[in-house]
Design a protein around this ligand. Structure first.
Ligand SMILES: [Ca+2]
Length: 308
């Protein structure tokens, strides 16, 4: 049995919300912290959304509030994709959960010390919290077994022709993480653009009589209705694929590569430069996904929420 502990760093975010519902089931008992970060929405809203999702799934995992904005650049959020609340048209009750006192970057260090070497992180948003923690604690990198991140891409971007949102939102942070020496699995657009779910698949699979499955369907529909995200009635599963790939790396095809991040303030800002033939690879980059097995894992997990 896998006993490695896990932190999920996230900016919910519609697809983060689906990814968290997936993760709570797949990593039951192993998640020791959720850390929020500004990205898809402000950190106030992403923290509030993470709290609501923890309530929805009946989870007692500690929640830590993270960075309000990127290390160096000015903040961007993705309200046009994720809506005013950050989770589309899904409406969840306000949470009365207490947010932990430690800021996310301190909490990440504390968790890494407690579970030294047996601690992994899944990142679903900009890498600000991880970078802040690495900047403050020189011994942190050696304590983290692996980071699986949703971010980047080898051939294209989604907010600019070159850059993917999470890296574009804080390229300086991504640069620090890729230089840290932590083993990284980068689940970027090469793989997530092949991880598509259609409206028919979601409505056929999910049972609205379960409240959690009803909310999951609302989240899917928020994505399907958003033309910016993909096309009508189909959507990419960016963050859920990263969670799934952390659970079962055989769901993605991984290639060793050296990844560097463009931080110069030009049109390539936030681009991940992925070199596959390099003497010192610093990441495994997902280039494709096994779509049938991913869909099976996603829906079999979401439909395991049975409460009414
Ligand atoms: Ca996200």
């Amino acid at each position: 049995m896998n006993t490695v502990k896990l932190c999920i760093d996230t900016d919910p975010g519609i697809d983060d919300a689906l990814a968290l519902l997936l993760a709570f089931q797949l990593f039951d008992g192993r998640i020791v912290g959720i850390t929020s970060v500004a990205g898809n929405q402000s950190v106030d809203k992403t923290t509030a959304n993470a709290a609501k999702l923890l309530d929805l799934a009946n989870q007692t995992i500690p929640l830590y509030r993270g960075a309000e904005g990127p290390l160096a650049r000015t903040s961007i959020i993705a309200e046009e994709v994720h809506g005013i609340t950050g989770i589309g048209k899904a409406v969840l009750p306000q949470s009365r959960r207490t947010i932990e006192k430690s800021p996310a970057d301190e909490a990440i260090y504390e968790m890494a010390c407690e579970y030294n070497g047996q601690f992994e992180i899944i990142t679903l948003g900009p890498l600000t919290n991880i970078a802040l923690s690495l900047m403050k604690h020189r011994d942190l990198a050696a304590k983290i077994k692996k980071i699986t991140m949703m971010g980047g891409g080898s051939y294209a971007g989604n907010v600019t022709p070159y850059a993917e949102f999470n890296f574009f939102a804080d390229a300086e942070a991504a640069d620090i993480v890729f230089r840290s020496g932590i083993p990284i699995v980068m689940v970027g657009l090469d793989a997530t653009h092949n991880a598509t779910i259609t409206k028919t698949e979601a409505t056929d699979a999910l049972n609205e009589e379960s409240y959690t499955q009803f909310i999951a369907l609302e989240l899917f529909e928020s994505l399907f209705e958003n033309h910016l995200y993909h096309s009508v009635n189909t959507s990419y599963m960016h963050d859920p694929l990263a969670v799934a790939a952390h659970y079962d790396p055989s769901l993605v095809s991984l290639s060793d590569a050296h990844v560097s991040i463009v931080c110069e303030p030009n049109e390539h800002y936030g681009q991940s430069l992925v070199e596959f033939y390099h003497d010192s690879p610093n990441a495994k980059v997902a280039l494709d996904c096994d779509l049938d097995r991913f869909r099976e894992l996603l829906f079999s997990t979401l439909t395991s929420y049975h409460e009414h």
